[in-house]
Design a binder for this molecule. Sequence first.
Ligand code: INI
Length: 157
Amino acid sequence: MAKVIQGEIQAKGFKFGIIVSRFNDFISNRLLEGALDALMKHGARDADIEVVKVPGSFEIPFIAKKMALAKKYDAIVCLGAVIRGGTPHFEYISSEAAKGIATTALESGIPVIFGVITTDNIEQAIERAGAKNNKGWDAAMTAMEMVSLMKNLPLKK
Ligand code: INI
């Protein structure tokens, strides 16, 4: 039987940075609530979490890179809501946010989690930021699993 390596979903002993976009904050604040709820319910303490607010999702990668390179956090959770309007703006913002977040994770070596929702309309955004289905909660769950997986990987630094 091959050895299977995976992470557990628990926050105890880890430090988390959360970056949240203020644009569409009626949605992104709900994502933040979901993420904080997930972390606290899995053993995080207030002192282990820092929340940084940025103007829009486009600004997330810049701050994510700064925070990741500071080596202060075990994982960074990025939260935002990009809602499609009638212009190509949506495509630029969502693709730069996704690309920048992925690049930051690869370059820094710490998990940087994509919790930016991209939707066609407000209704879809509300649906993904609710009490039952909350992408902020999901992003925090992914962050916890990834930090634990990093610890369990049998690799030298
Ligand atoms: N930022 C978002 O996070 N979501 C959006 O839907 C959005 N729209 O639609 O424009 C948005 N724009 C602001 C953008 O992220 C930057 O803050 C701005 O372009 C300045 O760089």
